[in-house]
Design a protein around this ligand. Structure first.
Ligand SMILES: Cc1cc2nc3c(=O)[nH]c(=O)nc-3n(C[C@H](O)[C@H](O)[C@H](O)COP(=O)(O)O)c2cc1C
Length: 201
């Protein structure tokens, strides 16, 4: 697929069908994330991938809040929960502090005020975006969702996630259902002139 088409076609898909995804394709989507840039090439990110039906059911059981259940129309909720692959994207600040304490960076005090924004979360977001794009290139649909802070302890406990890894978000992917509704966001998309400031704000 042309890159311009991948960009144009990418959108969050919330309705999946039961078709399994070829394991080689799953691997390519996950591996695409590992091409992400990272500050100091720290690569302080990790993916917890759930494909087994029981694991996925457990994931939704521990992470879905009553507010989320209520906020999605029932058919959307069913459509999302059918996604055959769930990849939780996690970031690890410690890896960045260690990397930047090395001689070529020299931040041996590990002072967090040096970081303009948390690069560990940014890099993990880039991992997620590359996976979203690769999914489109593979003819699949994908979705990025957040995880509510109050369910994270139960999520960690259920899947053995270490405390020094933070949940950045969840990428779900699979085959989009043929009858998936299409959202038209064109009228809500901000104008380039409103966002891009040439020369001076
Ligand atoms: C950081 C982030 C968090 C998001 N969280 C959710 C979420 O919790 N639930 C959801 O349905 N969509 C979520 N989305 C998807 C956005 O709603 C979606 O990207 C936006 O409406 C634009 O639609 P599009 O991606 O289909 O172009 C999230 C997207 C991002 C980047």
């Amino acid at each position: 697929m042309e890159f311009a088409d991948v960009l144009r076609q990418r959108r969050m898909v919330r309705h999946y069908d039961d078709r399994p995804v070829d394991p080689a394709v799953v691997e390519r989507v996950l591996s695409a994330g590992l091409r992400a840039p990272s500050a100091g090439f720290s690569q302080g990110y990790a993916l917890l991938v759930l494909q087994d039906e029981a694991d996925r059911a457990r994931f939704w059981q521990v992470t879905e809040t009553p507010q989320e259940t209520a906020s999605w129309p029932p058919e959307t909720r069913t459509g999302v929960l059918r996604a055959p692959v769930i990849a939780v994207a996690l970031s690890c600040k410690r890896v960045y502090l260690d990397r930047y304490a090395q001689p070529d960076k020299g931040w041996t005090d590990r002072d967090e005020s040096r970081w303009p924004v948390p690069f560990w979360h940014i890099d993990t977001g880039m991992v997620a975006l590359l996976m979203l794009l690769q999914a489109v290139d593979e003819g699949l649909g994908a979705l990025f969702i957040g995880m509510q802070p109050d369910v994270i302890p139960a999520f960690r406990h259920a899947f053995g996630v270490p405390d020094d890894h933070d949940v950045v978000g969840v990428v779900c992917f699979g085959h989009e259902a043929a009858d998936a509704p299409r959202r038209d966001l064109r009228s809500r998309r901000r104008d380039a002139a409103e966002v891009i400031h040439h020369g001076h704000w």
